[in-house]
Design a protein around this ligand. Structure first.
Ligand code: FAD
Ligand code: MLT
Ligand code: ZN
Length: 509
C-alpha cells in the first residue's frame, strides 16, 4: 500500500561523530559481559545470507554512527553491525543464531528514545526494524489496524486519516518513531488523557523471542479472557524480552471538529483549577491538557521562533485541545469554558486557533520543547509522575536544592535553567535541567535526591520514557523487591542468555 512521507525530526544538529562521547567513556562503570561473543567474519557471513546484500551495514563508522548514537547525542555505542531484516522469519533466524552464539542484540525502532535504551553500550548488534514497514490490514468497521512494527507513527496516522481514523497516540517524535518502538516503551504522549494507554489499545502482538521462537499473538479481538494476557508483558519491556515484529491496534475515529486553545496563567494553582474545570465543562470532548512554565517558553524562544504566543508573558501556560463530531456544539462549550476561566480570574489571557495552521503552530510550540532542550550543551532529563498537586512543588524544590548545593543561581553556575512542561492530565512532569556540561557534583545532587522525592510522594521515576540505561539502577524507587525479583525471573525465563538489550532496564547477571 502506498505510504505518505512523514517529517523526520533531528536534534543537536551541531554535534557530530567527533563530539559525541562513547557511553562507556562518559559513564565509566559499565563492564562488557565477557560471556558475549565478539562478532566474527563468519557471523557476518551468516547474517548476510539471511538479510541479503542490502540488509546490513558493517564496519563503516559513518553509516553506523546514527544507529550507535541516541537522539539526544548523550549515549553512543560501538556496534560494528546493523541488521535490517524485512520479515519476521528473518528476525527469527537472526535471533536464533545470536542466542546460540551468545551475540548480544539491541532492537532499534526510530531511535527517538530518551533514556539510551535504543543504542548499544558496547558492541551489541543493532537489529533495526526500519525495513519492516508494511501495513498488514485495516478493518474499517472495528477500526482495527494491523501493521509491521517498523511503521513510522506519523505515516500510519496519515494513512488512517484518509479513512477517517487516527492513531490512538501522538507524540513530538511521530515523524521518526516506530509503532513497535512506541509499544516497546509503552509511550504515553499528548492524547493519553483521551484515548488511554497502549495497554488498552494494543489488541495483539507478534513477537520474536530470544531463541527465535515466533509468538503469534496478533489478536484482533476486543475481548479475550482465555488465560494470561501475554502481550501485556512486552508493552513497555524496552526490547529486553522479545522483538516486536507485528502489531494489532484499535484506532479511534478521527474527530471532525478539533479546537486548540492556549491560556496564560499566574500560578500552578490556577493550572490545576483550569484542568479541574476543563474536565467538568469540556468533559467528553477534552482530548489534551498540557502545561509548561515560562522557563520552557524562554528555552523555546532561544532556539526556535514561536509563531503564536501571547503579547505578554505569564508564569504558566496550558494547551487545551477538544475533539468532537459537532463543531458548533464544541465551539460553544469551549467558548463558555474559556469565558469562565477569564471571568473567574483563573486565566489571564487566552488564544484560540482559528484554522489548521494556527492549530499546528500551537502544537509545535508544545512539541518543540524537547528539541529546544536538546540544543543546550547538556541536559538532565526527567520524566516523572506524581499526584497533580505535587508537580510544581517538585520543580521549585529542585531549583532550591540546586541553589543550596551551589550549582545553580550564579553567573558561573554549571546549571543554567530548570525547565518544566508535561502532561498535567496524566500527572506527568518533564523536568529538564539545562547545564553548561554534565558534571559529577550536579549529577550527585540531582540523583538520587529527585527519585527519593518522587518515591516519597508515591510517584514513578519514569512515567513514559522507560528506564533504558539512564534510570535502570533506580528501579527500586518505583518497584518493590518482590516485583523486581519477578521481573528478573521473567527475564531469565524468556532470555536465559541475556542477549536482548543487555545493560538496560534490569541487569541481573
Ligand atoms: P527506539 O528509540 O528505537 O527504542 C526505544 C526502546 O524500545 C529501546 O529500548 C529499544 O530497544 C526498544 N525497541 C524499539 N523497537 C522495538 C521493537 N520492535 N521490539 C522490541 N523493542 C523495541 N515518549 C513518550 O512516551 N511520550 C512523548 O510525548 C514523547 N515525546 C517525544 C518527543 C520527542 C521530540 C522525542 C525525540 C522523543 C519523545 N518521546 C516521547 C520518547 C520516544 O519517542 C518514545 O519512547 C518512542 O516510543 C520511541 O520509539 P522509537 O521507535 O523511536 O524507539
Ligand atoms: C514530551 O512530552 O514532550 C516528551 O515526553 C519529550 C520530553 O520529555 O521532552
Ligand atoms: Zn511526554
Amino acid at each position: 500500500m502506498p505510504l505518505i512521507q512523514a517529517t523526520r525530526y533531528y536534534a543537536n544538529t551541531t554535534k557530530n561523530q567527533k563530539t559525541v562521547e562513547y557511553t562507556v567513556d562518559k559513564f565509566p562503570g559499565y563492564v562488557r559481559h565477557d560471556h558475549f561473543k565478539k562478532l566474527s567474519k563468519e557471523d557476518v557471513e551468516f547474517f548476510k545470507s539471511v538479510v541479503g546484500d542490502n540488509g546490513y551495514i558493517y564496519n563503516n563508522e559513518d553509516d553506523l554512527f546514527p544507529f550507535n548514537t541516541d537522539w539526544m547525542n548523550k549515549f553512543r555505542g560501538k556496534s560494528q553491525l546493523v541488521l535490517k531484516p524485512k520479515t519476521t522469519q528473518q528476525v527469527s533466524d537472526i535471533l536464533k543464531y545470536c542466542n546460540e552464539q551468545k551475540l548480544a542484540v539491541v532492537p532499534q525502532g526510530g531511535n527517538t528514545g530518551l533514556v539510551g535504551g535504543s543504542v548499544p553500550v558496547f558492541d551489541e548488534i543493532v537489529l533495526s526494524l526500519q525495513a519492516m514497514n508494511k501495513i498488514r490490514g485495516f478493518d474499517s468497521v472495528s477500526g482495527i489496524l494491523t501493521a509491521d512494527a517498523g511503521c513510522v507513527l506519523e505515516v500510519l496516522d496519515n494513512w488512517l486519516a484518509e479513512k477517517g481514523y487516527m492513531m490512538p497516540l501522538d507524540l513530538g517524535a511521530k515523524g521518526s518513531c516506530h509503532i513497535g518502538g512506541n509499544i516497546a516503551t509503552n509511550a504515553g504522549g499528548l492524547r493519553l488523557l483521551r484515548y488511554g494507554s497502549l495497554h488498552g489499545t494494543v489488541l495483539g502482538l507478534e513477537v520474536v523471542l530470544a531463541d527465535g521462537t515466533v509468538l503469534d499473538n496478533m489478536s484482533t479481538l476486543r475481548k479475550d479472557n482465555t488465560g494470561y494476557d501475554l502481550k501485556q508483558l512486552f508493552i513497555g519491556s524496552e526490547g529486553t524480552i522479545g522483538v516486536i515484529t507485528g502489531v494489532s491496534i484499535l484506532t479511534p475515529h478521527r474527530s471532525k471538529a478539533v479546537n486548540v486553545a492556549m491560556l496564560g496563567l499566574n500560578s500552578f494553582e490556577d493550572v490545576q483549577k483550569a484542568f479541574k474545570q476543563s474536565r467538568s465543562e469540556l468533559s467528553e470532548i477534552l482530548s489534551a491538557f498540557e502545561f509548561w512554565d515560562i522557563n520552557a517558553l524562554q528555552m523555546f524562544k532561544k532556539h526556535a521562533t514561536p509563531k503564536a504566543v501571547m503579547e505578554q508573558e505569564y508564569p504558566f501556560y496550558v494547551l487545551i485541545e477538544t475533539s468532537g463530531s459537532n463543531k458548533d456544539h464544541d465551539d460553544e462549550k469551549l467558548t463558555n469554558y474559556l469565558e469562565k476561566m477569564m471571568t473567574d480570574g483563573v486565566a489571564q489571557d487566552g488564544v484560540v486557533a482559528q484554522d489548521e495552521t494556527q492549530i499546528r503552530s500551537l502544537w509545535s510550540l508544545r512539541e518543540g520543547f524537547t528539541e529546544a532542550m536538546g540544543k543546550e550543551p547538556a541536559v538532565y532529563k526527567y520524566d516523572i509522575s506524581m499526584p497533580v498537586n505535587k508537580i510544581y512543588e517538585c520543580v521549585q524544590d529542585m531549583r532550591q536544592h540546586l541553589k543550596d548545593g551551589g550549582v545553580y543561581g550564579q553567573e558561573d553556575s554549571p546549571v543554567t535553567d530548570v525547565v518544566a512542561y508535561g502532561h498535567v492530565g496524566d500527572g506527568n512532569l518533564h523536568l529538564n535541567i539545562a547545564a553548561k556540561r554534565l558534571d559529577p557534583k550536579t549529577s550527585s545532587l540531582i540523583e538520587p535526591y529527585l527519585f527519593e522525592w518522587v518515591a516519597k510522594h508515591q510517584g514513578s521515576i519514569s512515567a513514559e520514557h522507560g528506564l533504558g540505561v539512564a534510570k535502570n539502577e533506580f528501579l527500586g524507587y518505583s518497584k518493590s523487591p518482590v516485583m523486581i525479583q519477578l521481573m528478573k525471573t521473567t527475564k531469565n525465563m524468556l532470555d536465559p542468555n541475556h542477549i536482548l538489550n543487555p545493560y538496560k532496564v534490569i541487569s541481573n547477571f
